[in-house]
Structures are given as structure tokens and as C-alpha cells.
Design a protein around this ligand. Structure first.
Ligand SMILES: C[S@@+](CC[C@H](N)C(=O)[O-])C[C@H]1O[C@@H](n2cnc3c(N)ncnc32)[C@H](O)[C@@H]1O
Ligand SMILES: [Zn+2]
Length: 350
């Protein structure tokens, strides 16, 4: 880790076009140290006039708008649809306070936050920035990356954290230096990609030896839950093609029905200490306000591609990317984490 002292917050003022702390330029320095040219891999310079990052080797220019470097150029059809869907979602469900604490506890409750003061962290697919918002104050530096319009909401939600910087980029081609992060995490993102294994390999490249990669992926339900999922998937064939405004209205109606018909009775059963209620589908929404149920219904029915995994498949994904000490554990889906090993010693004869 570079030894940099945390700077003062300045509410995201633009310095050379990058959101930065006034006194130390910490965010700008963190970013400029970490970013690379997506075309040739060289380091980038801030153009003297501001507004762009320039590659000194191939002259590629990366625009900076609203303080955020924008690396996304072209996407395939599925990528563009996914980008539009999440861009809509996180600009309409952008209140991080509704789920921030509870969701953070689910995904990161086991971390020793007190020991992370030196850590450099990447949030790959940050959405509106709810996890970055919770983790940012505990670490040295955090880069929040997303390819959709969600990144603009993330930047607003993270504006008062001077050690956090946002970039708009594709997790399939993160414009970041190899082995420069102590922790790379990606929550609820990689099951929306065609080539999840390649995305994981690319993200693991960014982890320093001894650092960790953490992921949350949807699980493949078993038994009767599988039948329910098949019905949902049949609906998704239509809903993923609906105009977003119409889908949002439908999801609101569905959520009201679920809230009254399922979540409220669960809460009652829980108060009566009825055993087994915790294992019922959608139980986790008893812990959240209504907006989270509503947000998740929109998420479920709008994302064009959704893949599901068994625990052994998740383990295999992480181990194939070269991670060791892989753990997989349930959290209404699969959480998994692995460590990037230190250099492999050459074997005899090599
Ligand atoms: C379900 S949301 C999760 C957001 C956040 N991780 C959270 O847990 O609140 C998935 C996010 O991944 C982003 N995403 C999906 N595919 C991506 C890609 N190829 N590159 C970068 N971001 C991507 C979407 O824009 C969206 O914000
Ligand atoms: Zn270049």
C-alpha cells in the first residue's frame, strides 16, 4: 500500500476534472496511480485543461464528466440492455440508507473493519454505492466501478468520502493496474454476465498477492423452490422486454401484494416464535423496509440475464481463477471469498 494520509472532505469538488480532496489530492492521486489506458495498458495523465485523462503512449483520451472518468465505449446487445436496466433501476431506487446497514451486515459483517485502515478496495459493480458508502470510512482508498448510469448516483451518495473515487467502466475490462487492491468485491453483479469466469479472472488479476476476492452470486434453488423459480423465469421472458416505467408499476403492485400477503404474516409468525418461518422464501424481507422488496422485484424482473449456481460451482469458479482458501457460505444466495496466493515457487526442472 502506498503510504498516503487521508485527506479532508471537500464535498466532491472537481480538481482537474476529478473529484478530489482539496488539500492532498488523495482521490486524484489514488485514481491516477491505479488507472491504466484501456487500449495499451500505460498509466494515464490528467490533461492540463482538465476534462480528460490522456494516455502518453497511444494518445487515447478518456472523458471525465461530472468528475467521473468514463471508460465504457461499446457494449454488445446484452451488455447494453443490462446497462440500461440497471441504469434505470439505481437512478429510481437510489436511497442507500434503506438497506445500507442491514445489507452490509449480511455481506461484510464478518470483516474486521478495524484492521482495514491500510486497505485499498475495489467495488466492482457498485450500483448506487451502498456498500462503498459503508466500507469507505474504514479503508485507505476505495474505487467504486459501474458501467451504468448508477455510477452517477453512487458518486452523489459517496460525495463526502474523500478517499472514495468513482469510475464508469466495464468489469469485463477494468482499466486498473494489476495486483493493486487488498480486497476486490462484487456483490450481485457477475451472475448478470455471459462470461462470469472471465470476469472473475479479470478481477482476481487486480488483487495483490495475499489479498482477497469476495463475491455474491445467486443460488440455484432445489425442490419446490425450483418450480417457483421456473414460473418467475417464464414471466421474465416478457418482463425483461417491457418499458421500465410499466415494469416498475407492475412491480409496485406485486410488492404491495407480497408485503400484505407474505411479509406481514411472516412477521406475525416470527413474533409468535413459530419454527421454520426463517426458511421460507422471501423471509429476508422481514428485515427491510418495503422499498427494498419493491426494488428487488424490479431487479428480479428487469435484468436481461440472470444465472444461478450451486455451491460447488461457485467454489470451482474461484479456484479456477487461482484463488486459495476458498470459502462458500449461504446468505440468501452464495457468498464466497478466496485469497490470491503469493508467488508460486518454481518446481524442479523449470
Ligand atoms: C444488482 S446490482 C448490484 C449493485 C451493488 N453491488 C449492490 O449490491 O448494491 C448490479 C450492478 O452491476 C452493474 N453491472 C452489471 N454488469 C456490469 C458490467 N459488465 N460492468 C460494470 N458494472 C456492471 C450494474 O450496472 C448494477 O449497478
Ligand atoms: Zn494507451
Amino acid at each position: 500500500m502506498a503510504a498516503e494520509a487521508p485527506g479532508r472532505a471537500d464535498s466532491g469538488r472537481a480538481v482537474n476534472g476529478l473529484r478530489s480532496a482539496t488539500s492532498t489530492g488523495l482521490v486524484r492521486r489514488v485514481l491516477l496511480e491505479l488507472l491504466i489506458c484501456p487500449r495499451c495498458g500505460s498509466g494515464l495523465h490528467a490533461a492540463p485543461h482538465g476534462g480528460t485523462l490522456v494516455c502518453p503512449r497511444c494518445q487515447n483520451e478518456v472523458p471525465i464528466r461530472a468528475g467521473i472518468p468514463r471508460f465504457v465505449e461499446t457494449l454488445d446487445d446484452m451488455g447494453a440492455r443490462t446497462q440500461a436496466s440497471f441504469g434505470y433501476e439505481w437512478t429510481h431506487f437510489d436511497d442507500w440508507t434503506a438497506s445500507g446497514e442491514a445489507n452490509f451486515q449480511q455481506y461484510f459483517g464478518d470483516l474486521d473493519l478495524g484492521g482495514m485502515g491500510d486497505a485499498r478496495v475495489l467495488d466492482a459493480g457498485c450500483g448506487m454505492g451502498r456498500h462503498a458508502r459503508m466500507l469507505g470510512p474504514h479503508v485507505r482508498g476505495l474505487v467504486a466501478l459501474d458501467f451504468s448510469a448508477a455510477i452517477d448516483r453512487a458518486a452523489e451518495n459517496l460525495v463526502d468520502l474523500p478517499n472514495v473515487a468513482c469510475i464508469q467502466a466495464d468489469v469485463m475490462a477494468p482499466p486498473l493496474r494489476s495486483e493493486s487492491f487488498d480486497l476486490v468485491y462484487s456483490m450481485g453483479v457477475l451472475h448478470h454476465l455471459h462470461d462470469t469466469a472471465r470476469a472473475i479472472a479479470g478481477l482476481v488479476r487486480l488483487v495483490r498477492p495475499g489479498g482477497r476476492f469476495r463475491v455474491y452470486l445467486y443460488w440455484q434453488p432445489e425442490g419446490w423452490r425450483r418450480t417457483v423459480l421456473a414460473a418467475v423465469n417464464a414471466c421474465r421472458r416478457v418482463t425483461t422486454r417491457l418499458p421500465f416505467g410499466l415494469l416498475r408499476a407492475l412491480c409496485w403492485m406485486l410488492s404491495v401484494g407480497l408485503w400484505v400477503g407474505v411479509i406481514a404474516p411472516y412477521r406475525l409468525l416470527q413474533r409468535l416464535d413459530i419454527r421454520g418461518v426463517r426458511r421460507l422464501p422471501l423471509f429476508q424481507y422481514t428485515m427491510y423496509p418495503f422499498t427494498i422488496l419493491y426494488n428487488d422485484q424490479f431487479d428480479r424482473f428487469s435484468a436481461p440475464l440472470e444465472k444461478r449456481y450451486r455451491a460447488d460451482e461457485v467454489r470451482e469458479l474461484l479456484e479456477s481463477a487461482g484463488l486459495v482458501d476458498v470459502r462458500v457460505w449461504p446468505r440468501y444466495g452464495w457468498m464466497a471469498e478466496g485469497m490470491k496466493p503469493h508467488g508460486v515457487l518454481p518446481t524442479a526442472g523449470h
